[in-house]
Each structure stands twice: as C-alpha cells, then as structure tokens.
Design a protein around this ligand. Structure first.
Ligand code: ZN
Length: 345
C-alpha cells in the first residue's frame, strides 16, 4: 500500500513516500480502515526525531488522525460493517488496568497513541480497535472528520473534564496557530467563556479574532503581553490560562492568573524546563492542571458537537499524501493556522 514511512529516526528528511508497505493485519477486535484523509500533529515530528525508550518497529508510519471507510471487520467486532464512514479516538488503552476500569482511558497503565507507538494513518490502510471508532454522519465533511479527533478530544478533556471551565470565565489562550489552540478558542466560546488570545504576529491575532476570540494581543508588538493582559482585565487577572507553549511563556502565563485561577496545559512546544514562581502558586492559590489526549466518553462528547455543526476545526491546507514531508515542514515553520491534512484516497 501507499504510505509515508521513516526507516531511521532523524529529521523530516527521513520521511519517504513508498507504495510497497504491507497492509496491516487487523486483530479480532479491530477494524481495517481505508483512509480518506489524515491530519498532521506536532507529535509526528517528535516521533520522527525519536526519544529514549521509544522502541518502534521500523519502518514506522506516523499519523494519529484519519477519516475513512471500514474495509474489513475483525471476527469479534459487532455493530460495525464494511463501507461505514468512520473516524476514531487515537488514544489506545488496555481496558484491564485500574484506570481503564474508571473510564480514564488516557491514564491507562499502557496508554499508547496511534502513529506514536504503533503504525499510524499516513497510509492507504490503518487498523484500529473497534471500540475507538465513531461513525461519521452522512453528508458530513471527511476533511473535518479527519482534522478533528486529536485536537478535539485533547481540548475537550483539558477545558471541560479536567479544567472545569464555566460560562462567564475569562480564558486566555497563549499562542493561536496550532490546532489545539485554535480549537480552544472555538470551544471556550461555545462554553460561554470570554476568550482572549496572545498571538505571535498581527496575522495570527486577526485569525484568532475571526475564530471568535473577544480580544487579542500581538506579542511581537507587545513583548510584555502579560502586563497588557493584566491591564485589559482591569488589574484582576484571568480565570484560566491555556499554555501549550511551555518554557518561553510559562512564568508570564502564571503571572496573568487571578486568585484561584487555573493554568491548563497539554504540551510545551518551546521546552519543558520552565520556571514556576512557587509564591504565585500558594499565594494566589492557583492550580496547574495537566491533561493528555482523552477517554472515549471525552471523544464522543466533543465529536457530537462537531457532527452537529456547533464546532468546527480550522483547516489550514490539504496536501497529497506523497507531499507529507513538505506539509510537515510547513507545520515546523509555524506558518499554518489550523490543521494541515493529507489527502490519501
Ligand atoms: Zn488500561
């Protein structure tokens, strides 16, 4: 089958387009899906680079997100048939550990991700446990269905399940270009929050406002954006900060919180070694809340809103599968706003 692979860890130059990868062999509780679209995530680039302890079967196929049609169904799968249009939660869980029993699938003892630990979606076919699937309604865009899963489930769990964001709260999103950040703007608006954005450049500030943000500060024009936010809040601070930038912004993000505020994070693109002023944590009684991926209930809750047209995922650009490396380069340069897709079928 056609696929994007890498044979060795390294740079994006290691990504190759091939036409002779074997079709995955699905297990009794899995389905085989013929992929229509796949979507890029920053995770792909971490996986290409590799890290200590990541032992992949090489060559590896990256990619966590897809939409497609079921091509084959395992012996023990019920409720799904060949030809159904589907997408899936990329969080893979064991179903047997104490976290799984509580429905905390993204805390599973052996939590894995499609495309991170097992071969992923940048291919004509992908296999996935049937319990991860959700049906894509007739007439719904297969591009949206592919763009949504990782950002939607990650954002829902961060804001709703873990962050307990409530209507009327001020949510500050630090960074506006990535998939999670742009979806955070839309979801926080839908939840009835006031949404402010720290954008890297005037264009991204405009795009954030177009997505529904109430106010945006351009950190290139206003390097002391933390103070700008503080002044804009009437010297109150904000209820919630979403910071997935990490080391470069962490301390400033903490400083924008009001008493009792929460900092939510699902990643740190500029580095993990951030400095936390402990006096802010106890003095202002703020919480730092981490989150990663999401359970199947998290996934189903947010996908229902997407399928109902209440929420959509911003799509930046669609590339042919064979041009995945160029697509990854675009994401690496930070030129994108929203999700970058690969057209497979
Ligand atoms: Zn488990």
């Amino acid at each position: 089958m056609k696929a994007i692979i890498f044979r060795q860890h390294g740079t994006l130059d290691n990504l190759e387009y091939v036409e002779d990868m074997p079709v995955p062999e699905h297990g009794p509780d899995e389905v085989l899906v013929r992929v229509s679209y796949a979507a890029l995530n920053r995770l792909d680039q971490f996986v290409v680079r590799g890290w200590k302890g990541l032992n992949l079967e090489l060559p590896h196929i990256p990619g966590a997100d897809f939409s497609g049609e079921i091509a084959a169904v395992g012996d023990q799968v019920t409720g799904w048939r060949v030809g159904q249009r589907v997408t899936a939660n990329p969080t893979l869980w064991c179903g047997r550990c104490s976290f799984c029993w509580r429905g905390e699938h993204s805390m599973c003892d052996t939590m894995r991700l499609l495309g991170e630990h097992v071969r992923g979606t940048f291919a004509e076919f992908v296999k996935i446990p049937a319990r991860n699937l959700i049906a894509v309604p007739d007439g719904f865009s297969m591009q949206q269905a592919a763009a949504a899963p990782t950002v939607a489930v990650t954002t829902w769990r961060m804001l709703v399940t873990k962050g307990q964001v409530r209507p009327g709260e001020v949510v500050l999103v630090v960074g506006a270009g990535g998939g999670v950040n742009s979806f955070t703007i839309s979801l926080a608006r839908l939840l009835g929050c006031t949404v402010w954005v720290v954008a890297g450049g005037a264009d991204k500030a405009q795009q954030a406002l177009a997505l529904g943000a109430d106010w945006a500060v351009d950190r290139e024009a206003e390097p002391d954006w933390s103070r700008a936010v503080y002044l804009h809040s009437g010297k109150q601070g904000v209820d919630v900060v979403v910071d997935n930038v990490g080391a470069a912004t962490w301390e400033a993000s903490l400083r924008t919180l009001k008493r009792g505020g929460r900092l939510l994070t699902v990643g740190g693109t500029t580095g993990y070694a951030a400095s936390t002023p402990v006096n802010i944590v106890f003095g202002r009684q703020v919480s730092i809340i981490g989150s990663t991926m999401g359970s199947q209930p998290d996934f189903e809750a947010v996908m229902r809103l997407i399928f109902a047209g209440k929420l959509s995922v911003a799509i930046d650009r669609v590339y042919p599968l064979a041009e995945a490396r160029q697509a990854e380069e675009r994401m690496k340069e930070g030129e994108h706003f929203g999700k970058i897709l690969l057209e497979v079928a």
